[in-house]
Structures are given as structure tokens and as C-alpha cells.
Design a protein around this ligand. Structure first.
Ligand SMILES: Cc1cc2nc3c(=O)[nH]c(=O)nc-3n(C[C@H](O)[C@H](O)[C@H](O)COP(=O)(O)OP(=O)(O)OC[C@H]3O[C@@H](n4cnc5c(N)ncnc54)[C@H](O)[C@@H]3O)c2cc1C
Length: 492
């Protein structure tokens, strides 16, 4: 057996594992990946949210989204907040995409191999990896042969298989999903979503001329042979799917219980969890793939920070903070969305309409920090303006305004990401900011604020800042600070 050494060994070749591999390869690392299944393998989760596009662009993989007749920008018919159907145009929905996950995951993995990934597939870890002298050692079995791999990091991207139940912190009640396919020509060429009193049903055309229908409900015991009846009853309760069940005998109905959780120990001695091995989202969001990939990019920054600067504590702090932010935000968003359904006085909806993160058996620091963040009241933002947008007429109106810094502004050390490495910079803090900010428009902000003169006007500040960034960047920074009451009117 020959020993092969890598910087990073990844377990699992779904979107989370492959996204991490692609990014690590582009940063110049030696990466190996072990995938248990031969690809393409069947995989649910084909409806990709619009945000997926900029991740593929960032990975130089956008061309993979235009293959295999993937369906771009479908309209949707939705029965949710009222009992009547609303049509949502592709423009209102944003540029989502319906893919074949088996093929997309295969294409992504092949792209990573083209870019230098050492792939072991189909292969599995023999026993557990072992940490010895600061390195992970793993025995991989492939084609009846063993390979010994050594790596500085082990990234666990095994999806739901990567979390045992004992380590799951529950973030919502479990939901039963039943799904089947009908020929696409029987159905409209649009995504359908409908709230029922005992759950909800989603359907969409697929790239392969089939139409997938999934019904979600509270888990029930289904006696053998009765699954088609239970599935049919859910469709019969709807307006949008009822007609299809009258002429269709669904067969090959698949079922799974979807649990929502976050892992209680997502980071453990250079063993880092990604994607659904770290956390899962309610399928309501249709953004599991996007969030899994986005989070992998954060994990890569943590790995890169440690390999470049050795600051493990800082890297881990940012990784865990990003994970907590993602889980808390999603949990609140999902509960709010369930609460808005017109059927919300039924038990299925009531159970899901209040955000929930389990406080049972808190025995890890991560769980404790997650729970404290969840129970904190979110900051009320002073304005809805996003940094980066401004109106020229606002600038003209405020140009001669005498300004000064708010007395509530403070400066503290704040971790931020510069060139794919977590670094400590001086951040600005203010009651109207959700968290510290170190950079605005790619410019470090605290040195600029510290140097604002006592006789400043808003226009004078924009002129000054235009010397180090564009006029547009300077104007949007100044207006953002004005609208957050960080720059305030000065009494002359
Ligand atoms: C019912 C349902 C509907 C969903 N619908 C959507 C949707 O419409 N849109 C959306 O964006 N998301 C959806 N999701 C979520 C989405 O599927 C996941 O977020 C996404 O697949 C997570 O990617 P991942 O890479 O973490 O895991 P996976 O995609 O599960 O990949 C994990 C990989 O690890 C491999 N593996 C497992 N064990 C081992 C091992 N021991 N050794 C080596 N390899 C191993 C597996 O074979 C697999 O290839 C849905 C989920 C469910 C349950």
C-alpha cells in the first residue's frame, strides 16, 4: 500500500463536498474525495434557488447549469396566503432552475477531477479516520484494494448520513415526504405549491419530461400497501393537483422522513462538517443546495486561514458564527412562512409557526452558543437601504449638510475575510447595525471615519473618499452611514 498525502480529504461528493473541493483546488491545495456511490445516483432536491447562479459563477462552473435540458425560470402557481391561486411570473420568482441532481452532481465532480481532484469512487472509508500527530489517517477501500491517505483536514460532507441522531439538535418537527412522478404532459408547465390543512404539496416539471409531485405531512404509520391511498388523499384535498389523481394511479411512491437539525459538534479537531452533515433546512425554502454550497465556501476560508496563518481559534470562531447565523435566520424565516399560510389554524401549521431550536441536553459549547443566539432579540434596523444603492438626488440634497460621527459609534476588533483568510480588523459598531462592519465597498471603513475633520460636510467626505475609491463607492458608503445614523447632522 502506498501512502498518499493531501492537505484535505473530503468524504461525500454531493454539492457541499464538491464545492469545497473546487474552491480548495483553486487555492492550490492537494485534495482527495471519497464518494460511496457510482454517479449518476438518484438524488432529490432538484429545484435550485436563484442564488445558486453566483456560486457556480464564482466556481467557474456556470456552464454546468445550461446542460441536459434543465428548466430555466418556470412560473409558479401558489395557494398559500389565501385560498385562491396566485400566479408568480419568472421575473418575480428570480432566476431559479430545475435540474437533474444526479447529472449535475456528476458533472460537478468530473469538473473537480479535471481541475486536479484525486477521486476515490465508488469507495468507502474502512473503519474511522484516525488523528495522529496532527494528521488524519484514513484507509480507503476501492475495487477491493486498500489505499492509505494522510491529510491535515478531514471534511465530512456525507449529507444526512454524516449525522447520527444522538448529535442532532432539532430545529423543527419531523415531516413525512411522499413523492411520485406523472408524465409532464398531464400537468401545466409551471411549479405548483399548495397549502392543505394537514400539510402542503409541491409539484414541478422536471428536465426529463416527468412531473414530480411531493406531499409533506406529519409523520404517520402507513400500513403496507396503503401508501398510494395516503398520497392520493393528500392530492384530493388540493385545488391544483386534484384533477391529476382522478386519471392517474401513482406507482413507485417514495417516502422519507425529513428532520431538520444542526450537528452538536460541527467542528472537532480539524474534522469539519459541511452541507447536510452540518445542518439541514426545511424543504419549504428550496434552497438546501445553495445553502450547503455557500456554507462550504465559508468552511474553505476556515481551512485556508489555518493553513496560511495558523490561527485555528479565529477560523473556528467565524465558521461557527456563520453556521449559527444560517440556522437561526432560516429557522425564523421558515416559521414566519408557515405562519402566513391561510390554513394556519390547523395543528400541522401551528406546530411549525413558532421558530424552535431544541434546548434539550445542551452538552456542547456550540449548542449553548446557538441557543443563546436564537433566544436573543434580533436588532431592529433603522433603515431598509442596503449598502451599495443610492439615489443621485439624495446626494445633491445632502451635499452641503454639516455632519459628524454619532456619539453611539464605537470601534472594536472584528474578524473579517480578506483574500480568503480570516483576519482581525478594527470594526465599527452602532445600535443600528446588526453586527460589526470592517469593510464597505471593499474599503476599510474605520480609518476613514477616524479621519473625518470637525468641519465636515457630506459632500466634502464623498470628495475625500473618492480619492481612494470610485465616486459611486464613496457616495454609497456615505449615504449608508447617514441612513444608519452613524453620520449625523452637526449643529453649527
Ligand atoms: C424531500 C426533500 C426535498 C428537497 N428539495 C430540495 C430542493 O428542491 N432544492 C434544494 O436546494 N434542496 C432540496 N433538498 C435538500 C438538498 O437535497 C440537500 O440540501 C443537498 O443535497 C445537500 O447536499 P450535501 O452535499 O450536503 O449532501 P448530499 O447531496 O446528500 O451528498 C452527500 C454525498 O455523500 C455520499 N456519502 C454518504 N455516506 C458516505 C460515506 N460513508 N462515504 C463516502 N460517501 C458517502 C453520498 O453518496 C452523497 O453523494 C431537499 C431535501 C429533501 C429531504
Amino acid at each position: 500500500m502506498v501512502l498518499q498525502t493531501f492537505d484535505v480529504l473530503i468524504l461525500g461528493g454531493g454539492p457541499a463536498g464538491t464545492c469545497a473541493a473546487l474552491r480548495l483546488l483553486s487555492l492550490g491545495y492537494r485534495v482527495a474525495l471519497v464518494e460511496r456511490e457510482s454517479f449518476p445516483r438518484p438524488q432529490i432536491g432538484e429545484s435550485l434557488s436563484p442564488g445558486i447562479r453566483n456560486i457556480f459563477e464564482y466556481l467557474h462552473a456556470s456552464h454546468l447549469l445550461t446542460r441536459h435540458n434543465y428548466l430555466q425560470q418556470l412560473p409558479a402557481k401558489v395557494i398559500w396566503e389565501t385560498s385562491t391561486a396566485q400566479t408568480i411570473s419568472p421575473q418575480q420568482r428570480g432566476p431559479g432552475i430545475m435540474v437533474d441532481r444526479g447529472l449535475l452532481d456528476k458533472d460537478l465532480l468530473e469538473l473537480a477531477v479535471d481541475r486536479g481532484l484525486h477521486l476515490f469512487q465508488p469507495a468507502s472509508l474502512h473503519g474511522h479516520g484516525i488523528m495522529k500527530d496532527g494528521k488524519w489517517w484514513a484507509h480507503i477501500r476501492m475495487d477491493k484494494a486498500f489505499h492509505v491517505l494522510m491529510a491535515t483536514f478531514l471534511l465530512d460532507a456525507r449529507g444526512r448520513d454524516g449525522t447520527d441522531h444522538a448529535h442532532r439538535i432539532t430545529t423543527a418537527p419531523p415531516t413525512l415526504a411522499l413523492w411520485a412522478y406523472t408524465p409532464a404532459q398531464q400537468m401545466p408547465n409551471e411549479t405548483l405549491i399548495e397549502a392543505r390543512d394537514d400539510g402542503w404539496t409541491w409539484g414541478s416539471p422536471m428536465p426529463d419530461q416527468r412531473f414530480r409531485i411531493i406531499s409533506f405531512m406529519n409523520p404517520v404509520k402507513i400500513r403496507p400497501g396503503a401508501i398510494a391511498d395516503v398520497f392520493g388523499q393528500t392530492l384530493d384535498k388540493t385545488q391544483l393537483f386534484r384533477s391529476v389523481i382522478q386519471n392517474w394511479q401513482p406507482r413507485d411512491i417514495a417516502a422519507c422522513v425529513v428532520s431538520n437539525y444542526v450537528h452538536a459538534v460541527p467542528w472537532d479537531e480539524r474534522y469539519i462538517r459541511l452541507g447536510e452533515a452540518a445542518f439541514s433546512l426545511d424543504p419549504l425554502s428550496s434552497s438546501g443546495v445553495e445553502k450547503a454550497m455557500r456554507f462550504s465556501l465559508q468552511a474553505v476560508i476556515a481551512v485556508n486561514t489555518i493553513l496560511q496563518s495558523g490561527d485555528e481559534q479565529l477560523a473556528r470562531w467565524l465558521y461557527e458564527r456563520k453556521l449559527i447565523d444560517a440556522v437561526v435566520t432560516h429557522t425564523r424565516w421558515t416559521a414566519d412562512y408557515y405562519a402566513r399560510a391561510w390554513t394556519n389554524d390547523h395543528p400541522f401549521w401551528k406546530e411549525r409557526a413558532t421558530p424552535f431550536i431544541s434546548d434539550k441536553n445542551i452538552h456542547t459549547n456550540f449548542h449553548q452558543t446557538l441557543y443563546s443566539s436564537f433566544t436573543q432579540t434580533p436588532v431592529q434596523k433603522a433603515t431598509s437601504r442596503k449598502h451599495g444603492s443610492y439615489e443621485e438626488e439624495d446626494i445633491c440634497r445632502l451635499w452641503d449638510e454639516p455632519v459628524q460621527l454619532s456619539p453611539a459609534l464605537t470601534y472594536q476588533d472584528w474578524p473579517c475575510i480578506v483574500d480568503d483568510i480570516v483576519q482581525i480588523k478594527k470594526g465599527i459598531f452602532h445600535p443600528n447595525l446588526e453586527e460589526g462592519i470592517a469593510y464597505l465597498a471593499d474599503v476599510e471603513i474605520s480609518p476613514l471615519l477616524i479621519n473625518i475633520p470637525g468641519n465636515a460636510t457630506l459632500g466634502g467626505i464623498i470628495d475625500e473618499w473618492s480619492k481612494i475609491t470610485t465616486y459611486k463607492g464613496a457616495a454609497s458608503m456615505a449615504l449608508f452611514l447617514w441612513e444608519k445614523d452613524i453620520l449625523i447632522q452637526r449643529q453649527c
